[in-house]
Design a protein around this ligand. Sequence first.
Ligand code: AVI
Length: 320
Amino acid sequence: NVHAAALAKAYPFDEATSVFAGDVIGDLARHPKRLSPKYFYDATGSELFEQITVLPEYYPTRTELGILRDRGDGIAAIIPDGAALVEFGAGATTKVRLLLEHCEFAAYVPVDISGDFLKAQADGLRKDFPRLGIYPVAADFTTPFTLPEAVAAMPKVGFFPGSTLGNFEPSEALAFLRSARKILGHGAQMIIGVDLEKDERVLYDAYNDAAGVTARFNLNVLVRINRELGGNFDLSGFTHRSIYNRDRHRIEMHLISRKAQTVRILGNTFAFRPGESIHTENSYKYSLERFTALARSAGWTVRESWTDANTMFSVHALVA
Ligand code: AVI
């Protein structure tokens, strides 16, 4: 990141902020402009995402929870007793609790970049599952990390809910599934939630909710750039847009400039044409066939797939 190196000399940022600054300046200098969806999740963004998960239009979270609840016995039947559950990314504990209640896990290993968040989450679970060994790992789960020694001898079960896979580009999704297989080891299993292609109106509404929470979530990345990097984005100068790109099987989120304007960030000036977009997120939607093929290319076999009655969302058990 050449920008980060130069910025680190000029500004007294911590390492994470230098990387954020370098990414923002590099990505806004591109044509078309873009920003990485990983920067949505500051404290406000994480709170807005929690609000999204309970919106009437946003079906994925409640549908996946329904599948985990209704198919809990089926999932438990294929998981060996005494296994270690390794969760890639640790959000709200609602989903993992469902698995822990249905299956006899000996250990739980939440992996997340935010150490503070992990600690709070682990403390809450310890109270309700006193016999479960909890071994948090503070790491970026998209890069290789080692599992704690304590779970070395246990069978491993990965857990990657929420269709987070959908926010990866296809090449990144493949790389992640390969890396997870390496980390979990031979004979491991993985439970993964994947959002499905469906009626475009349903997809459109899920990312253009009537209450405007998704719009606030999208715009919050500009608020964050203003606060953390001293940018001067005029929030009323940008509008939220989500569209379904049918050819690429993905929802795209954009922030559209309402007028000709310039924005300054750390000594850099970015010019916007009226109607010009910053592409902020892709959310890929899979068919069962395309997901099966992707898992296969990464060295996994789909052992079982579960969906809700309306085939809106899917949960898969993979074997390495
Ligand atoms: C976290 N991720 C799976 C969400 C999604 O649906 O792609 C993020 C999101 N973006 C807008 N609404 C929700």
